[in-house]
Write a protein that binds this ligand. Structure first.
Ligand code: ADP
Length: 635
């Protein structure tokens, strides 16, 4: 079976090219997708982590901001309490020093109990009239602090809130100022300075990263000392100058807190990256990224910022990104494997379809061929019928020819027949006349002898006519013949001529039963022997050999003479009808033709051979009739 050529179209160059391009592009595409999805996974994980972290941070922010607020508000009402103290109002109202010491000692005790840094009282000009640290060398008793903003606010009747570094002590602190009233008139200002470094210590202990920035954006409290007194937003030179002149931060340079990267995520929420320092170094990173959440503190212009490191989150996001990449890689591998499997199945299906198509094509072709064969078979049957018909016609014609040949032979022999019959007739006439006379004389013995002779003559004449009749009779294809009888009959027919030429006959054959009509075999033999007699007519010692031998299921009879033989030209036309070399009315040229036809009709053959030592051999081969009894079986 041949493969359908349409299947080979699959291997067209365009298809091969596109497959090649696909195979070349697929690996980098997959790598790109793995990296892209890994990155996306990392970003999604990071942002969701930040969201979770920000929610947690929000609560933390609230908690710690409230702690800061409560720490600050703890001291809010303390300065106003001094209003109730008579010695303070006396000190501020009178010009003398007699109340000062008492107030100093009172403030000293109050300061100790409230755990504040210092408590002092200013007059309306801003000069310190009494202070809790009156014993200290750096006591600012008598100092003019009118330049301080908290004084200016408080003297106007507004609450003074101020974070700054003490101009005398150089210590940072939170100043709360309150205008002391008497009879509705401000007579002085009470100030309490609170140190908030306990908050910082608490943050550090809790490993919390946080800072508080004031209204100027300067970090006043920080868990990381390195960030302290740095500005969280850019300061213009004018603002810097103003702040320097106010001495709020003493002589600190007020540098900006410069993050390496800053990203605003939402209102009050930023992502800040700082260079890592030895104290806050987490591992060995060069930079640390924080989620910065800022909230304004109540009752102050300050802001509390909580910093949550994002390193763990990033590590987790990175792991998740890698996991996404790996998962996609696995998925891609699975998809590729599935696709390959699908292709294999598709190829198998295509091959099966092609096979089925080829099978159905084959079946179609077989059906067509069968139809062709049936048609040609029908044609052959028709031809066979025609041939049979032609054979029948031929056989009929052959029969007719045989008959004609026989009649012709009879015609030829008519002279001999007449001679043969006239002689006994003349003898009969003479004998009958003589017999009459012998009877008249009473010579009965002689008369009866004559009558016996006449009987013999009549028998002979009967035999002649009988053989002629049997020769002229029509035969048929079936039947069987006795070879010996046929030879005898043919010799009987030709007996006259045989006796004329003094023929020497050699009989060397068995009496076989042959599958041919008896009459037809006799006719063949008459023809062959007759021709031999003709050929030997001028031979002084004519000899005829009839030699037979069995060949399997056939019998071969040779009719050999020592006549003149057949020349080369005659050999070519020997079996042609009406070919004869015999002069005048003597030959009809039908003998051999008819004999060969009769032999062929009996499924036998008639051939000729030309012996080197002269003469002619006709070889008649006929099938044996097995049903008959054979007299001799050489096998
Ligand atoms: P016919 O005997 O009427 O001529 P045949 O067909 O019997 O027709 O013979 C054809 C010719 O074959 C004869 O004319 C003769 O020349 C040649 N022929 C046949 N038999 C012999 C033979 N035994 N020897 C020589 N010639 C023969």
């Amino acid at each position: 079976m041949k493969c359908d050529p349409t299947l080979l179209r699959l291997a067209q160059p365009a298809f091969v090219k596109s497959t090649l391009i696909r195979q070349l592009l697929l690996p980098p595409l997959i790598i790109l997708l793995v990296v892209g999805l890994g990155l996306a996974g990392y970003l999604v994980s990071e942002s969701s982590g930040i969201r979770t972290l920000s929610e947690t941070g929000e609560r933390q922010l609230e908690l710690h901001a409230r702690t800061v607020e409560s720490e600050i508000s703890k001291y809010t009402y303390l300065p106003s309490l001094l209003e109730l103290e008579d010695s303070v109002s006396s000190l501020l109202s009178s010009v003398g020093d007699e109340h000062r010491q008492g107030v100093n000692e009172y403030l000293e005790g109050l300061n100790r109990r409230s755990r504040s840094r210092v408590i002092f009282v200013l007059d309306t000009t801003g000069r310190v009239q009494a202070t809790s640290n009156w014993r200290d060398a750096d006591s600012f008793l008598g100092e003019d602090l009118s330049f301080r903003a908290y004084f200016q606010d408080a003297v106007r009747g507004e609450p003074g809130r101020f974070y700054g570094i003490g101009s005398t002590t150089g210590e940072p602190g939170y100043f709360l100022a309150h205008g002391l009233e008497e009879h509705g008139k401000i007579i002085g200002v009470a100030v309490i300075k609170v140190g908030l470094d306990t908050l910082e210590e608490r943050w550090q202990r809790a490993r919390l990263e946080a800072f508080v920035s004031d209204e100027n954006g300067i970090i006043i409290l920080s868990s990381d000392p390195a960030r302290r007194l740095k500005s969280v937003r850019p300061l213009t030179p004018q603002i810097k100058e103003r702040l320097a002149r106010s001495l709020q931060y003493y002589w600190w340079p007020l540098n900006e807190l410069e993050p390496l990267a800053r990203e605003t995520l939402a209102d009050g929420m930023e992502k800040l990256t700082f260079p890592a320092n030895s104290e806050t170094d987490q591992g060995h990173q060069h930079e640390v990224t924080y989620l910065a959440q800022t909230r304004r503190l109540a009752d102050t212009p300050w802001h509390f910022t909580l910093l949550t490191p994002l390193q763990d989150l990033r590590r987790e996001a990175m792991v998740q990104g890698v996991l996404v990449g790996v998962a996609f890689s696995l998925l891609a591998i699975l998809l590729i494997a599935w696709n390959e499997r699908r292709k294999v199945i598709a190829t198998r299906l295509a091959a099966r379809e092609a096979l089925q198509e080829a099978n159905s094509q084959l079946e179609r072709k077989i059906t067509e061929r069968t139809a062709d064969l049936r048609a040609s078979n029908e044609r052959l049957k028709g031809q066979i019928r025609e041939r049979r018909h032609a054979e029948q016609t031929l056989r009929h014609a052959q029969d007719e020819l045989v008959q004609a040949g026989k009649l012709a032979a009879i015609g030829q022999m008519s002279t001999s027949i007449a001679h043969e019959l006239n002689q006994p007739l003349a003898a009969l006439r003479t004998l009958s006349g003589n017999t009459v006379r012998f009877l008249e004389r009473g010579a009965l013995e002689t008369a009866s002898t004559n009558l016996r002779t006449m009987n013999d003559l009549i028998d002979r004449m009967g035999r002649i006519t009988a053989s002629l009749r049997s020769f002229a009779r029509r035969g048929d294809d079936s039947g069987q013949a006795s070879l010996a009888k046929a030879v005898d009959a043919s010799l009987q027919v030709l007996a006259n001529r045989i006796s004329e030429c003094q023929l020497q006959l050699h009989r060397q054959f068995d009496d076989q039963q042959l599958a041919i009509d008896q009459t037809r075999l006799e006719q063949i033999l008459v023809n062959l022997v007759g021709n031999a007699l003709d050929a030997m007519a001028s031979e002084p010692l004519p000899q005829l050999w009839l030699e037979g031998e069995r060949q399997g299921d056939r019998y071969r009879l040779q009719v050999r003479d020592n006549g003149h033989g057949i020349d080369a030209e005659t050999r070519k036309h020997l079996f042609e009808p009406f070919f004869t070399t015999k002069p005048g009315e003597h030959g009809l040229g039908l003998g051999l033709t008819l004999s060969a036809s009769l032999a062929a009709a009996a499924k036998g053959t008639l051939n000729v051979e030309h012996p080197a030592n002269g003469g002619t051999v006709f070889i008649l081969v006929l099938p044996l009739a097995f049903s008959s009894t054979t007299t001799a079986d050489p096998l």
